[in-house]
Design a protein around this ligand. Sequence first.
Ligand code: NAP
Length: 316
Amino acid sequence: MRYKMFGKTGMKVSELCLGTWGIGGVGWYEQSEDTRADAIRAAVEHGVTFIDTAPAYNSGAAERLLGKALEDMGARKDVVISTKCGNVFVDASTYVRDGSAGTIRRQCEESLRNLRTDYIDLYLVHWPDPKTPFEETMSTLARLKQEGKILHVGVSNFSQAQMEEAGQYCPIEALQPQYSMVARGSEDLIHWAAGQGMGVMAYGAMGGGILTGAYRQLQTFAPSDSRNRFYKHFQEPMFSKIMELLKVMDRISEQRGGTPLAQIALNWTAQKDDISACIVGAQSRAKVEQNCAAFDWSLSPEETAMLDQAVHQYLD
Ligand SMILES: NC(=O)c1ccc[n+]([C@@H]2O[C@H](COP(=O)([O-])OP(=O)(O)OC[C@H]3O[C@@H](n4cnc5c(N)ncnc54)[C@H](OP(=O)(O)O)[C@@H]3O)[C@@H](O)[C@H]2O)c1
């Protein structure tokens, strides 16, 4: 595993951050609870010290599984836990943004209970809530920090203007944007945030799974599956463009003797200077182990140039 300082927080984190949206048990291919818990154990055993979760991942189910797994392993203090607030789970396809003071406080207390801990290392506003002034949301976070319930504050899915406004009421130490070869819309924002000294944790580094090469034909997912809505990569016109990119990834894989595409995708994002960590959702030990092994090697400058060229050619 490789490790980096996470912005100016003083925390050192693994460059692979385990994502737990699927581990929550709904919205993705559903695995047994034992398999999902084993994915968490595998991550910790292979040096992952950064795990991302949220109450929005099946109404606290992901947090509860994570809290139990870390307690069983006696590993709570070894792991930087990032969890979130302000996005309330209704069902697998319905989430309600709510950044009001009452909801943030209630969610924080629930997350502490779910995670079996008395502090949250990194607490993020999941999505901006247009109905609640940033002053209310961020002042509540500042108070939770003073109380020692949360150690660091960040945001996810915010624009620069929103961060500049929200940051007036509580310093923002981290940004969680979507970023991968197939989702580069936040590149300028990421560069700005890193320049401000924020830790940047990129989500969807596998493009929701499409960059692993597991999908070579359009799929029909279950109605509740997140890939129908959240990631546009599984629909045309994106799908065919991404298939062209995969051909270039296939060539790199072959030249390296069969390196998994997942590792190539992960290294492309992780090797960016502005990125502190890549969050990857994986629900099984085998996938976690494969993702951890991405950090045993790096893309050469020639390979990076091949991928960059393909990204510009097919996805600009
Ligand atoms: N802040 C936000 O708004 C936000 C939004 C989205 C995600 N996130 C966070 O970021 C995390 C990662 O994003 P994501 O889970 O949406 O997408 P992702 O990590 O890009 O892709 C997840 C998909 O890739 C598959 N996968 C992972 N490693 C693989 C491997 N080595 N080989 C084959 N398939 C592999 C997973 O399979 P299985 O699930 O079947 O194991 C899953 O289907 C989430 O879990 C969550 O913690 C945050």
